[in-house]
Design a protein. Structure first.
Length: 95
């Protein structure tokens, strides 16, 4: 799993994932302290994330383990919205 920040939306009128009402977001992978990796991924949003939010991303075969994505051509999925990140007792991110 990875941490990422939602940077925007991806709109596609034609797609072959057979997921009704699928919402895709453009996310940028980040470090736990908030540092940016400048690696963008398009991820299916399963949790209703919005622009600017820090999210948890599952990729690869793990992204196809939900009821919605099972046996679908999905490589990245947003599975959580982060409220707090704490490292060694120090809060490094709070929503």
């Amino acid at each position: 799993m990875h941490l990422a920040k939602v940077e925007g939306k991806v709109v596609s009128t034609k797609k072959n994932d057979s997921i009704e009402g699928a919402k895709y977001l453009l996310v940028n992978l980040i470090l736990p302290n908030g540092g940016v990796k400048d690696k963008y991924i398009i991820a299916l949003d399963l949790v209703g994330a919005g622009e600017g939010e820090v999210v948890v991303i599952a990729q690869g075969s793990s992204s196809r383990q939900t009821d919605i994505t099972k046996n679908k051509p999905i490589d990245a999925v947003i599975i959580g919205i982060v409220d707090l990140i704490e490292i060694k007792g120090n809060v490094v991110f709070k929503k």
